[in-house]
Design a protein around this ligand. Structure first.
Ligand SMILES: [Zn+2]
Length: 384
């Protein structure tokens, strides 16, 4: 006969419920045990009259240390023989749900107590919701993008996880080219079985979107590309492994370096004020030829290199701030999209790219890029 063998402590029925060790794990025994517990629970819940009672009741059943739920877990489930674990687990879970349900109901009664017979205290303060604000980096990105949109550029975007082909090869970084070393790349793990150009990485610049767009849109083309990029740079005051770029590309017949200079000079005046001057110095990028770095006259010290009698730190006292890289699109890059109308003998173009975090640092006089990404509301509230 399947008699439940629940070894009970010597307690009178009127005394408080306590969890006893379970020796019989048959279906009937489990059912009886859980019924006993639930009836005790309801009985105790009904006796709760005050906030103090409610706290005692909650602690007795739910306390992590030695609460009844913890005890049944230890005494009924953990000690159950292997073959009964499943059944015991099901029962313990049911009991837990029931207990949580009843305790929650008791708590709801508590939270409703300030409303006495339908009267709401209208002198209590209301629920305040903070108004969000644009992050300084997003705000700067949008400002840059809108300058180019007004010149007729459209916005293009692309994936952050890229293939080696789009991030390097099609931008004239052949395999083993030393220029790859200048972009400390974060690769996705477990790609060894793929062909080299198919291997995935976190894009190190927004330039892959240039190729992706030229593959789908025929010239003439004018696009501006905002986006997140990653490089294996240890974080410090001016570096972050994740940062933001805005890049641009214009392709048409007869585009010259004069167009590049005129466009960027206009953009800098729109961003930093009509009095800034621009200045180009030769540089190298694999995907442009010739390439240049563009400087703007320091909009903090007005180009003097000094703030009063102090040296101007943002321009390192030179009166010039390096702001972006640019150049005429290398004909080798057009070769990769030649079939879509980009014959390097017929079209030319220019491209440029800048870091929006860096520009935000300069514009707002912030001296540590980490502040942008730490999510400290006290810092971000300044833009609210
Ligand atoms: Zn300066």
């Amino acid at each position: 006969m399947a008699q439940a063998k629940v070894r009970k402590k010597k307690v009178a029925t009127k005394m408080a419920y306590s969890v006893s060790t379970l020796t019989d794990y048959s279906a009937e025994a489990l059912e009886r045990t859980s019924a006993e517990l639930l009836s005790a629970l309801k009985h105790e819940a009904a006796a709760v009259k005050s906030d103090a009672d409610r706290k005692v009741f909650r602690d007795r059943w739910m306390a992590r240390k030695n609460g009844i739920l913890t005890q049944i877990n230890d005494l009924w489930l953990k000690k159950a023989p292997k073959e009964s674990k499943r059944e015991a687990g099901r029962m313990v879970n049911e009991v837990k749900r029931a207990v949580e349900d009843i305790i929650e109901k008791a708590d709801r009664v508590e939270s409703a107590t300030p409303v006495v017979s339908g009267i709401v205290d209208i002198t209590l303060p209301g629920v305040q919701r903070s108004i969000g604000a644009e992050h300084p980096v997003i705000r700067t990105t949008n400002e840059i993008v809108s300058v180019f949109q007004k010149l007729g550029y459209s916005v293009a975007e692309g994936p952050v996880v890229e293939t080696d082909y789009y991030n390097f090869e099609a931008l004239n970084f052949p395999p083993n080219h030393p220029a790859r070393d200048t972009q400390d790349t974060l690769f996705i793990a477990g790609q060894q079985s793929r062909a080299a150009r198919e291997r995935l990485l976190l894009r190190t610049h927004t330039s892959p979107v240039q190729i992706r767009t030229m593959e789908t849109m025929r010239p003439p083309l004018r696009i501006v590309i905002p986006g997140t990029v990653h490089r294996n740079d240890p974080p410090d005051a001016s570096h972050s492994p994740m940062f933001h770029q805005v890049e641009g590309l214009a392709v048409d017949t007869n585009i010259t370096f004069g167009d590049l200079k005129g466009t960027l000079d206009h953009a800098m005046k729109a961003l930093f004020g009509s009095s800034v001057k621009t200045h180009f110095r030769p540089s190298f990028f694999p995907f442009t030829e010739p390439s240049a770095e563009m400087f703007v006259s320091c909009f903090i010290c007005g180009g003097s290199g000094k703030r009063g009698s102090d040296p101007c730190r943002p321009c390192k006292q030179t009166g010039w701030i390096e702001i972006l890289g640019c150049g005429m699109v290398d004909p080798n890059v057009f070769e990769f999209v030649k079939d879509n109308g980009y014959d390097p003998k017929k079209v030319s173009g220019f491209a440029f790219g800048m870091g929006s975090d860096r520009i935000a640092l300069l514009k707002y006089g912030v001296d540590d890029i980490q502040l942008f990404f730490q999510g400290d509301v006290r810092f971000l509230q300044q833009w609210g």
